[in-house]
Design a binder for this molecule. Structure first.
Ligand code: GTR
Length: 330
C-alpha cells in the first residue's frame, strides 16, 4: 500500500471509530487478537487486562480475547488492529518491525545481552522511541510483555556452529531481517505463518524453525523437531497494543483505566512467563528432546555483521537508536 493510501485508509478507519462512539457505542466489545492457546502466559496477561478494564469501568468498557489465532495470522492481524477492524492484541515485535522501522531494531540478532537488559532498554528512552514508531503506524502500545529468548530447533541434528545450519531450511516470522539472519549463518529461510509450521515440519517442507521454550512446547513443534540448540539469537518483547484511533477517542479517565489495567497485566504476564519458561523446558526435556547448549555463541554473533551493516545502510536514521540500545547495556 502506498503512503497516501495508507494514510487515507487510517483516516477513514479513525472516522468510523469516532462515528461509532458518537452514536453511543462505547460499551461495544473490543475484540482482542491472540495467537496463543488460552493457558499460555500471553493469554493470561490479556485475560487479566480484559478483566480489570471491565471491573474498573463498572462494565462500561468491555474487552474480549480471541485465543488460538482464530482471528487470523499475525501479519494480517497487525494490519487489522492498525485499521480498526480489530481493536487490540499482543503482537511480537518481530512482525511489528515490518510496519514500524523503529521496532525493527530489537530484531537485530543478539542486540540484547539478556532479558533483564531488554527490560531496562524497553522501559527507558529507546523503548519510548519504539513506542512512538508504533503510534505513527496506528498502534498505541500499552505495555511490553515477555517472550524470552528464541533458539533454533530442527529435525536433523544439533546446531553447535553456524556451519551446522548449512543445507537446512528454517521457518522464520514475517520479517526480512530474519531471512538475512539465517542466510548469514549459511542456512535457508522461509517466512511462514506460525499456524503452518507444525505441519510443515512433519511433512519435511521445512527442516526447522526458531522459538522460545513455551512456544516450542505449546505449538507441539517439539514433537516434530527433536533437536533444540540454545542459540538465544533473539530476545523479542511483545506489545500489548490497541488501535490508536480507539485509544484517542477515550476520555482521560478511561485512558487511565486502560493504562492501569495494562500495567497490572504486564506484572501478571511476566511472572507467568518466568514460570512457564521453566516448565516448558522441563517438559520437552522429559519428552526426550535433545537440548544442546551452544558453547561458542560468539561465532553466531560474528556472523551477524552483514545483517547489521545492511540494516544501518537502509536505515541510517536508526543508527543512533541502535547505538543507544548497545550503550545502555555496557
Ligand atoms: C511466539 C510469539 C508469537 C509468534 C510466534 C511465531 O513466540 O509469542 O507472537 O510471533 O512466536 O514464531 O510466529
Amino acid at each position: 500500500m502506498n503512503n497516501l493510501l495508507k494514510t487515507t485508509t487510517l483516516t477513514i478507519a479513525a472516522a468510523a471509530v469516532s462515528m461509532a462512539l458518537a452514536a453511543g457505542a462505547q460499551a461495544k466489545e473490543w475484540r482482542g487478537w491472540n495467537i496463543h492457546p488460552p493457558e499460555y502466559p500471553v493469554s493470561t496477561g490479556m485475560e487479566e487486562f480484559a478483566r480489570i478494564i471491565n471491573e474498573k469501568s463498572g462494565g462500561d468498557l468491555e474487552a474480549k480475547v480471541y485465543h488460538g489465532g482464530v482471528l487470523g495470522n499475525q501479519p494480517d492481524a497487525i494490519q487489522q488492529v492498525r485499521l480498526g477492524g480489530l481493536d487490540w492484541a499482543v503482537f511480537n515485535l518481530g512482525p511489528l518491525g515490518e510496519v514500524a522501522p523503529e521496532a525493527n531494531v530489537v530484531s537485530l540478532p543478539f542486540i540484547f545481552k539478556n532479558v533483564d537488559a531488554m527490560h531496562k532498554v524497553m522501559d527507558g528512552p529507546a523503548g519510548q522511541q519504539i513506542a512512538d514508531g508504533l503510534i505513527k503506524a496506528g498502534l498505541q502500545p500499552l505495555g511490553w510483555y515477555d517472550s524470552g529468548a528464541r533458539s533454533f530447533y530442527n529435525t536433523k541434528h544439533p546446531i553447535k556452529t553456524p556451519a551446522d545450519l548449512k543445507g537446512m531450511k528454517f521457518r522464520v516470522m514475517s520479517n526480512d531481517l530474519y531471512v538475512q539472519m539465517v542466510a548469514a549463518l549459511g542456512g535457508n529461510a522461509t517466512p511462514m505463518a506460525y499456524g503452518e509450521v507444525y505441519q510443515s515440519l512433519k511433512t519435511g517442507v521445512i527442516d526447522g524453525a526458531e522459538n522460545n521454550y513455551p512456544s516450542y512446547d505449546s505449538s507441539g513443534h517439539f514433537e516434530a523437531a527433536k533437536y533444540y540448540s540454545v542459540t538465544q539469537h533473539l530476545i523479542l518483547p511483545e506489545c500489548l497494543c490497541i488501535n490508536k484511533a480507539l485509544y484517542d477517542s477515550l476520555s482521560d479517565d478511561e485512558k487511565k483505566i486502560v493504562q492501569e489495567s495494562a500495567d497490572a497485566s504486564v506484572t501478571v504476564q511476566r511472572a507467568a512467563w518466568a514460570a512457564r519458561a521453566e516448565k516448558s523446558k522441563e517438559k520437552v526435556i522429559a519428552a526426550g528432546i535433545a537440548v544442546n547448549e551452544v558453547a561458542d555463541k560468539q561465532a553466531f554473533q560474528d556472523a551477524m555483521q552483514p545483517v547489521y551493516d545492511n540494516f544501518l545502510k537502509s536505515n541510517p536514521d536508526l543508527a543512533d537508536l541502535v547505538k543507544a540500545i548497545q550503550d545502555a547495556q555496557k
